[in-house]
Design a protein around this ligand. Sequence first.
Ligand code: NDP
Length: 308
Amino acid sequence: MQTEKVKVLIIGSGPAGYTAAIYTSRANLGPVLYEGITPGGQLTTTTEIENFPGYPDGVDGNQMMADLRRQAERFGADIRSGAITTADLSSRPFHVIVDGEKEIEAESLIIATGATAKYLGLPSEEKFRGQGVSACATCDGFFYRKKDVAVVGGGDTACEEATYLASLCRKVYMIVRKPCLRASKAMQERVFNTPNIEVLFEHNTAEVLGDESGVTGALLRKNDGSEVKIDIAGFFLAIGHHPNTELFADQLDLDGEGYIKVKGGTSQTNIEGVFAAGDVKDPLYRQAITAAGSGCVAALDCERFLLR
Ligand code: NDP
């Protein structure tokens, strides 16, 4: 197996990874960045980003990621497709395998692997994944124009997805397990002011129903035990995310939900020379701008570490 030595290895290509690449390449550290299985990260599954400073008219998620990538490449960042399959952080340089076939020895590592959408875990949900079951309304909503769909969850993501789907679909049910929404007041108002969204409070999904054509409905169980069936063509999950830290589980200190723990306001993990940035270490804010900011922090921490 061929081995390559690099000074800075960045894993992940969301706003955190690309920002780390911009800063470390401008510092002449010759970073190598592996994009992972979702090049551009979660923002490539969004349409318009309206809250990133500097874009008064909003910006398309794919466009923003393409711009960030181009900006990093302009300063010499080596951006490659490929996913890290194993990482040995027990001694420095760290040993990392890419796609099971290439070894990298890295003096420092910036982990920006992000987070992934959660599913309910029902066998019927798994069965119809990609055939009506989706965790990304902005990616797949188009297929359900003028049809009835459901969104599971009561947070900001669920509200955002429901209002987006309401602009395409005939009717949107929101399946919410509590008697209230967790989302911000502004998002709640948007939902309640959209006439073709019906919020089903205190409902849980017992089964996703379907046939060879895909999803046809869902069997819901109310908190009082009664059941109700809804006819839908699309079933969208918006119940949160889990951090992509499986590769590092036995090596890095993680919190109860699997997010990487960092020291104070820094990006420093429990292993010297390993830094974390973006959603992979952030259960709280999870915004493009906070991820980009933490990518900058990781790059500066990494630069100082290498200077030492
Ligand atoms: P949240 O964790 O905030 O919400 C998850 C929702 O899913 C909750 O309503 C939760 O219910 C529900 N849920 C979780 N598990 C299940 C389950 N097994 N069955 C049924 N329901 C379930 O996640 P979000 O992705 O919505 O938001 C994450 C963060 O990102 C938040 O801080 C949010 O504010 C932010 N965000 C901000 C946006 C913006 O500002 N434009 C847009 C999107 C997200 P329960 O309440 O009962 O726990």
